[in-house]
Design a protein around this ligand. Structure first.
Ligand code: FAD
Length: 298
């Protein structure tokens, strides 16, 4: 049985040579050889059997807001959670969230329920699962501040696991979640607060984002901030604001953002990332760490 025959024999919703540009906020990048949408544990088991049978690497994606996939694409199995994993359940101060749920929705729903502590996430256009993986954060907080535990499926042993926040070793924009592990849901513990106060904070954060960050095709901060300074400041000091390579440019509004162009090239974004790293190292001595997840590049 070849790959296509195998897929056709499963219940999986799958696509072949599926453009990743439509799933990534950079809006560029090549196709995933195989793409499946997961709506049940049974789907997970079948996806695992497929990946294993044909020795395919796996790539979990959420909302693609921190991903850059090379123009040549990804020669493996890309996995995204479907509607069954899009939910917010509030029980007192404990909030259980499906991993594909959009963070701004979690922020707004918890604020409206009179819970406080997750307002910061209104400006982060990712999924809950991606946010756990990255330990996303902002405005003085991060996922680690409120996470109780996660429920995940591990493609290496085919089992479901519940891991506590401590076991995930959440650090600055990092966690111990492996490439084979797919977060399915997470539980957060928030504080009781005033809905009107939380909603006001959300409005202020939205306003702040609009005035400080660019819109368009980008994936937020490209580089993590080095200890004691900001990547945006270093890039700006090197005179790189507005610097363009092919179809990718350093944002004029925020030097740590790269803007891609519609119908542009992921490889141009990658070349620009490499250029920024070289210039910043040569001129300031700082070695920038790329925060964006790079897929399919050497
Ligand atoms: C305009 C803009 C502003 C941003 N601002 C911020 C900010 O303030 N703070 C911040 O931290 N980030 C910010 N980001 C980056 C991004 O939104 C976060 O990193 C977000 O958490 C990524 O979530 P995602 O669902 O889009 O993940 P993706 O980009 O799809 O994936 C990111 C990583 O997570 C993994 N992953 C995704 N889903 C799962 C899952 N269910 N299980 C296991 N692994 C998974 C992927 O394999 C990949 O390694 C910003 C991005 C944009 C475009």
């Amino acid at each position: 049985m070849n790959e296509l025959e195998f897929l056709a024999s499963t219940q999986l919703h799958y696509e072949i040579d599926h453009s990743m540009a439509r799933y990534c906020t950079y809006r560029v990048g090549g196709p995933a050889k195989y793409f499946v949408s997961i709506d049940s544990v049974d789907d997970l088991v079948q996806a695992k059997a497929f990946a294993e049978r044909f020795s395919l690497p796996t790539l979990m994606i959420g909302k693609g807001s921190n991903l850059l996939v090379a123009d040549n694409g990804f020669e493996g199995l890309c996995i995204q959670l479907g509607k069954a994993f899009d939910f917010v359940e509030i029980d007192g101060q404990v909030v259980t969230v499906g991993a594909i749920t959009f963070l701004p929705i979690v922020a707004r729903q918890t604020a409206a329920a009179g819970l406080t502590g997750f307002e910061w996430a209104v400006g982060v256009p990712g999924s809950l699962g991606g946010a756990v993986r990255m330990n996303a954060g902002g405005h003085g907080s991060d996922m680690a501040a409120n996470l109780i535990d996660v429920h995940l499926f591990d493609f290496s042993d085919g089992a479901l696991h519940t891991l506590s926040a401590a076991e995930l070793k959440l650090g600055y924009r990092s966690s111990s979640i492996k490439q084979t592990q797919l977060v399915l849901s997470a539980r957060l513990r928030l504080e009781r607060g005033e809905a009107e106060v939380a909603k006001q904070e959300i409005s202020e954060i939205v306003q702040w984002r609009r005035s400080h960050q660019p819109g368009g095709a980008n994936a937020g901060s490209v580089f993590a901030n080095p200890e004691g300074t900001h990547s945006a400041k270093l890039i700006d000091e090197c005179g790189l604001k507005g610097f363009t390579m092919g179809t990718a440019s350093v944002s004029e509004k925020h030097a740590n953002f790269i803007q891609a162009t519609a119908d542009g090239s992921a490889d141009d974004v990658y070349r620009l990332i490499e250029h920024i790293k070289r210039v910043v190292l040569a001129e300031t001595g700082y070695e920038l760490r790329v925060e964006n997840r790079l897929i399919g590049f050497d």
